[in-house]
Write a protein that binds this ligand. Structure first.
Ligand SMILES: Nc1ncnc2c1ncn2[C@@H]1O[C@H](COP(=O)(O)OP(=O)(O)OP(=O)(O)O)[C@@H](O)[C@H]1O
Ligand SMILES: [Mg+2]
Length: 232
């Protein structure tokens, strides 16, 4: 079953006085359970595409259907609701709240979803268990390593049980070992049926995914390669 479908998505940004097209007629269909990596040079439009898929930004033109719903006419508040319901987002820099401990950081999306406090904490603790941080639930971000912070961010992304996990360079700020731990978690989530879309510069990371797409100068190339293959 298709969870999302993009048709002819374009995005223009005003640079100087002129609009510049940074996404050009992007078409992409993601099936439930897909594990996809998107690769491409710096400035090719990867984050722009991810932000549109994650409802953090809207396209200039084109159609985005998520879980059978056309997002075209949604206003900011409605988009925020869609994002909270369907999407878990992991960024290169973890964006944790510095004064909140791990469990409260992870519980935050549940606050926006009006879940009662006790259940929020229970579900957050459970989610931290999934990423192997059950012994760190009361640690503040500055008391954890980068890899641990990213695992907290993954637990936060997963706590709402989203339909789609998006990750923009999730290992970009991590050393090889912490990056591998993060990728092991992604692999496990994928094996459990999670739909994952991630951006990476790193061919070894992309190999973990089952499909790899390339984006070049705002165009998503239609040829898709399987993960695990060596690419020229
Ligand atoms: N808010 C903005 N205003 C104007 N131009 C923008 C804006 N955001 C991005 N761009 C431009 O859009 C293009 C694509 O940017 P994007 O961030 O999507 O690239 P990227 O592929 O994620 O690159 P990187 O690998 O460096 O993260 C770039 O040329 C960038 O300068
Ligand atoms: Mg980017």
């Amino acid at each position: 079953m298709s969870i999302l479908k993009l048709t002819d998505i374009c995005k223009d940004y005003i640079q100087g006085k002129e609009p510049v097209r940074v996404l050009k007629n992007v078409c992409l269909e993601v099936e439930q359970g897909d594990y996809i990596a998107i690769m491409g040079p710096s400035g090719s439009g990867k984050s722009t595409l991810m932000n549109i898929i994650g409802c953090l930004d809207v396209p200039t033109s084109g159609e985005y259907v998520l879980d059978g719903k056309n997002l075209h006419d949604l206003k900011d508040d409605d988009l925020a609701e869609v994002r909270n319901k369907y999407i878990g987002f992991v960024f290169q820099s973890y964006y944790l709240m510095p004064k909140m401990d791990a469990v409260d950081n992870v519980a935050l999306p549940l606050l926006y979803a009006d879940v009662p406090l006790k259940e929020r904490r229970e579900r957050a603790a459970e989610s931290l268990g999934v990423v192997g941080l059950e012994d760190r639930i009361h640690f503040l971000p500055n008391q954890m390593s980068g890899g641990q912070c990213q695992r907290v961010a993954i637990a936060r992304a997963m706590v709402t049980k989203p339909a789609l996990l998006l990750a923009d360079e999730p290992t970009g700020a991590l050393d090889t070992k912490s990056g591998a731990q993060v990728m092991d978690i992604f692999d496990k989530l994928s094996a459990d049926g999670m739909t994952i879309l991630m951006i990476t510069h790193d061919p070894d990371i992309a190999k973990r995914a089952k499909k790899v797409y390339h984006i070049l100068d705002g165009e998503l190339l239609t040829t898709q390669t399987g993960g695990g293959e060596d690419e020229a």
